[in-house]
Write a protein of this length. Sequence first.
Length: 138
Amino acid sequence: MSRWQLLWLHLSVALTAITGVVFALMKYFMKSSDEFSVVNHPLQPHMLAAHVVVAPLLLFLLGWTFSNHMLPKFRFGNGKNRITGITTMSLILPMALSAYLLQIATNESLRQAMAIAHWITSGIFAIVYVAHLVNARQ
């Protein structure tokens, strides 16, 4: 895996995680002083837009690293960082699928279920991704 590829991957994971966390904080933990407002913070729609724009870059970079890092390490890896690697890999599909379905769901209960699934899979992905990096450094 090249340094540029690694840099872009780390940057896209960080930007996607930061925009997602900030959006969630604005949406679920802030309250607007205007009772008729549909957003809790003026930057909330922009943070969601940033998250939706940056996330496909993350998926592209994960796909790019699949062929020259994930798959070879999965097939021929020595096991040192295998658990965090496989866990991170296994969370990509449910994280991406729940995000996609969250955007297109028209049924409120389905939308809420996809939001919860996206929070859980994305949160675990981010934590395990960092653990994967820490394990690789040691």
